[in-house]
Ligand binder design. Sequence first.
Ligand SMILES: NC(=O)c1ccc[n+]([C@@H]2O[C@H](COP(=O)([O-])OP(=O)(O)OC[C@H]3O[C@@H](n4cnc5c(N)ncnc54)[C@H](OP(=O)(O)O)[C@@H]3O)[C@@H](O)[C@H]2O)c1
Length: 261
Amino acid sequence: MTAAHGRRFEGKVAVVTGGSRGIGAAVATRLAAEGAAVVIGYRGNQQAADELVRSLVAEGGRAMALRADVADPEQTGTLIDRAVAEFGQLDVLASCAGIEHFDALQDITPADFDRVFAVNTRGQLFAVQHAAAHMGVGGRIVLTSSVSASRAVFHHTLYAASKAAVESMVLNLSAELGRRGITINAIAPGGTATDMAAEHGAGYQHPQLRDTMPMEQWLAVHGALGRLAQPEEVAAGYAFLAGDDAAYITGRTLPLDGGFF
Ligand SMILES: NC(=O)c1ccc[n+]([C@@H]2O[C@H](COP(=O)([O-])OP(=O)(O)OC[C@H]3O[C@@H](n4cnc5c(N)ncnc54)[C@H](OP(=O)(O)O)[C@@H]3O)[C@@H](O)[C@H]2O)c1
């Protein structure tokens, strides 16, 4: 991977929340392969996080993993402070931690609302606040939305709204961060082959069709490319927005969805 992608992030330090699995793990791997020192945040899966760190270090990278629940801004602050203490600076925040939710209107509870927004929305805002405090000119922040933010899907209101808010945050924060030479953007992935998709992917189908059509067949109908993304394909978008080639892009959300319609 290193030879194929070059060393765009040599001398840079990146924090990747939700870096233990799925899209975040692929982002951490890509940034490390291109020379970044990477700090991986995770919620509970220490084994996956430690294994990823071991493999990145074995490849010659600099990496460490720290448990930090992004629903608690104090833990996010500690994650970022420790990243800076260990590696001396912070150049990139890739905010990938997120949780899914499907429920019909009458079944949504205030606790569901608070839990989903605490991770997907509030968690990302305070990650930006803590990260930006350590960043100088050239800082790069990439948050995670979803194609769901701009699609109507049965029983998906909470998750979709929590991600739509992220796109609005990115747009508005770009103004104040831009004056400091920091860019902030989001990736809106479509269906990507991770644990989350395996667990919740069927929810995207109409309730009457659910479980009648395999996910692959459904995607073949609803996506131009007709398949799930691999996490590495989505990670390439984060690396682009975190790199020098994206220096004049800010406040935007990049759909990375294989032409989902
Ligand atoms: N997969 C898709 O099809 C898809 C599509 C659109 C958008 N997305 C978004 O892309 C992001 C990554 O999704 P994924 O599919 O890679 O998910 P995943 O496979 O479920 O992995 C989730 C990651 O987030 C971490 N995480 C979850 N809650 C956390 C919390 N409260 N604090 C800190 N870390 C937490 C997990 O840590 P542990 O390992 O410790 O549990 C894990 O590293 C999410 O924001 C998701 O909403 C995914």
